[in-house]
Design a protein around this ligand. Structure first.
Ligand code: EPZ
Length: 413
């Protein structure tokens, strides 16, 4: 399947943002902590969420989707995650902590995900060991066994997934646990808020030092998945690349500080509490030097969007990717096929902006695919973006939504 994109058309209009993939996956993983009904609203209907639901259903959870509301209930009947599903997404790792907390054992084939780097799980596993859990990592399967006991653990890196797993692992652990150097991404904070709503005793939510006093049991709740800040940035980047004029609604500007700071110095950006008005009149003179880093700094998930914007600018940009070791080279090569001037040295891309022309390019990961779509929207002429299954993992009908703003994207088998 590929997108056929006729570029050079300014995007205009209003577009709502749906729930965040990386929030939904963490909340779905946490559902294992209780048999009660957990009702997740604004849950995006994307491939990764669908696969996470299948994983939970195969392991015994009852899951019902009605529109954008997903209701989960019941016990796990198996503590072994099915390999056929677990290897389809990175999010499958997010059942580790809750399964160990609730069932004191779990077996997980090592998760799949994007080709953006090795993505080891050492921080997850060392953290569980610090809680007294036995961990066996055979290289393609991780097995954990034991009752988590309260402990203090410092994450060597503020890993999003490891923070989420360790939070869940501590929730039912007798005593007070302290997690130091936690990730503070909005999706992590949403998980902390939901766990508190479920009866967990958490202090320091949203900070890098979180204390969890274990409780005997936690109950169900209803929770709204936060808006997807990466999807919002994707729409804004598409408008920037096509000199468009759009309003993004149902979003959370306060979760997008680093991105919006960069954009507001080059485009007309007006933020309201849950919406952003954006217009671009000319190509900016480059974006300076931008380094990706954990929240609240520039997100790695927006790096491929910025690489495209830099390629369409009229100046120089240097982008340093500090989180994933293989998240620059593929898109740089594909954009260069479209006339970009990008050179990559280790984790540093140097971009001299200019005009892009249509070409046949292929996506290799979720956010990289979105970056190539934006490049095709900006390019003169027609492009084909293949391997679009990667995009469907995290975007609801990206082509349809961009076409609502005036893009000309069709799908070809
Ligand atoms: C989450 O992945 C997101 N995925 C990623 O989004 C996002 O890019 C990433 O956080 C960083 O923000 C989900 O939430 C499902 P990390 P995660 O653990 O948790 C290294 C997307 O496009 N690391 O914060 O896997 C790791 O290799 C996806 O939506 C270890 O070394 O990210 C990486 O270099 C892509 N050992 C860095 O830390 C570990 O045990 C950040 O990884 C864990 C991580």
């Amino acid at each position: 399947m590929e997108y056929i994109i006729n570029g050079g058309r300014p995007l205009c209009g209003e577009i709502p943002v749906y729930g965040a993939k990386n929030c939904a996956l963490a909340l779905l993983g946490a559902s294992v902590l209780t048999d009660d009904d957990l009702v997740l609203r604004n849950c995006p209907d994307i491939a990764d969420v669908a696969n996470m639901i299948v994983l939970l259903q195969v392991m015994g959870k009852k899951v019902v989707r009605q529109g954008d509301t997903v209701t989960l209930s019941g016990r796990l009947t198996s503590i072994c995650a099915p390999r056929s599903v677990a290897t389809l997404l990175r999010g499958s790792a997010l059942i580790l902590g809750s399964a160990v907390a609730r069932y004191h054992q779990v077996a997980l084939p090592l998760p799949g995900g994007c080709a953006i780097g090795a993505r080891p799980m050492d921080i997850h596993l060392c953290g569980l060991q610090a809680l007294g859990v036995d961990v066996l990592d055979t290289g393609d399967m991780v097995s954990c066994k034991g009752v988590p006991k309260a402990a203090e653990y410092k994450l060597r890196f503020a890993s999003v997934g490891a923070t989420e797993n360790l939070l869940c692992a501590c929730v039912l652990a007798e005593g007070v646990s302290t997690l130091v150097n936690c990730a503070t991404e909005p999706e992590v904070v949403a998980l902390e808020q939901m766990l508190v709503q479920m009866g967990a005793r958490i202090s320091g939510a949203g900070s890098s030092v979180v204390q969890i006093e274990g409780v005997k049991k936690i109950h169900g709740t209803e929770f709204v998945v936060i808006p997807d800040r990466i999807v919002a940035a994707t729409y804004l980047s598409a408008a920037a690349a096509t000199y468009g004029n759009i309003t993004v609604t149902n979003c959370c500007p306060q979760h997008m500080g680093a991105f919006l700071d960069l954009m507001s110095r080059r485009f007309d950006v007006r933020c309201r509490s849950d919406a952003i008005d954006f217009s671009a009149k000319r190509a900016p003179d480059g974006y300076g030097r931008v380094e990706t880093a954990p929240y609240p700094f520039f997100p790695t998930d927006m790096q491929s969007l910025l690489l495209t914007l830099a390629a369409c600018s009229s100046g120089k940009t240097v982008i340093v990717e500090n989180l994933f070791e293989n998240r620059l080279a593929h898109n740089a090569a594909e954009l260069n096929k479209m006339g970009a001037d990008i050179s990559v040295e280790n984790n540093v891309a140097t971009v001299y902006g200019g005009k892009l022309h249509g070409a046949n390019v292929s996506a290799s990961d979720l956010r990289g695919g979105a970056g190539l779509v934006i490049a095709a929207l900006a390019a003169e002429g027609q492009s084909a973006v293949s391997e679009i299954r990667h995009i469907g993992r995290g975007y609801v009908d990206l082509a349809g939504n961009l076409n609502k703003l005036g893009a000309e994207i069709s799908v070809r088998d």
